[in-house]
Ligand binder design. Structure first.
Ligand code: ZN
Length: 271
């Protein structure tokens, strides 16, 4: 399989190009391989699923476990994708806006309000879902409650799940809402699954981390099955896994390098 390269800030402008969502061109650039791939298949809708901590090296190590994700990858495209930050909030803001952290200045949920208050028309804090909504398209997000709340007045449809000690249950709820949202036939939907990240901080061994990966793959499969034909999926990590030394014990030199450079996996595939 050929592996392509890109940055997480390229995802939003790529979706803008594919779905013809008007957007002030951000710092990221549309990914030509994805443009060709999705155009050939006539994809009209997009679903972004951020799999928290899905670094590229971790994706390769877990590949045999991620059956549903691999099925998508086999008929789609796989990228080594440069992440913009080592922590979640700025990294996800880059995926959604197409800008680097030093440009969007979003390091926490509170920053979304602060930056918007400074300049409500600032294009650098506007997510691709919001651009779609402003163009009269249907856009939705399914994320943690506080983050979801920040979309109030900016998106017509959003779903929040309160943070939970039981992260597998949390991701199941996120997935249920994603399925519910798909019934409304959104042009663009963004979802954030967190089990892998939480387990990376708390799990004691590789076996436990595998459990989280399998749960993520199961949730992905549910979403894949419910999406309408002609949907292009962007499955990506936000940053490489925390505690890399612990999780990449038997890693190759290349894997360690990918981890150090904060390279995440991006899998693009059409339903
Ligand atoms: Zn994260």
């Amino acid at each position: 399989m050929k592996i392509f390269e890109c940055s997480t800030i390229d995802i939003a402008p790529t979706i803008s190009r594919l779905l013809k969502i008007p957007m002030v061109p951000p710092s990221g650039r549309p990914i030509p391989e994805v443009e060709n791939y999705a155009k050939e298949r006539g994809c009209k809708r997009a679903v972004i699923i951020v799999v928290d901590s899905l670094g590229y090296s971790l994706y390769r190590s877990f590949s045999p476990l991620l059956k549903n994700l691999n099925e998508l990858a086999e008929k789609g495209l796989v990228f080594k994708c440069k992440s913009t930050a080592a922590i979640t909030s700025p990294a996800i803001a880059s995926i959604f806006t197409g800008y680097l952290p030093e440009e969007h200045n979003i390091y926490s949920t509170a920053d979304i309000y602060a930056e918007t208050a400074k300049n409500p028309e600032n294009p650098k804090v506007r997510s691709i879902m919001e651009w779609a909504c402003r163009a009269g398209m249907k856009a939705s997000a399914v994320i943690e409650s506080e983050g979801a709340e920040s979309f109030r007045g900016r998106l017509k449809s959003f779903y929040g799940v309160p943070d939970s000690e039981d992260i597998l249950d949390y991701d199941r709820k996120i997935t249920e809402y994603a399925l519910q949202s798909l019934k409304e036939r959104p042009d663009i939907l963004a979802v954030h699954l967190r089990s892998l990240d939480r387990f990376s901080h708390r799990a004691k061994n590789w076996e436990e981390l595998k459990k989280a990966a399998e749960a993520v793959d199961e949730n992905l499969s549910k979403i894949f099955r419910k999406a309408e034909k002609g949907t292009v999926f962007f499955i990506c990590g936000d940053h490489a896994i925390h505690g890399g030394a612990k999780w990449l014990k038997d890693a190759t030199k290349e894997e360690i390098e990918n981890h150090r450079e904060n390279v995440v996996a991006l899998i693009v595939g059409c339903s």
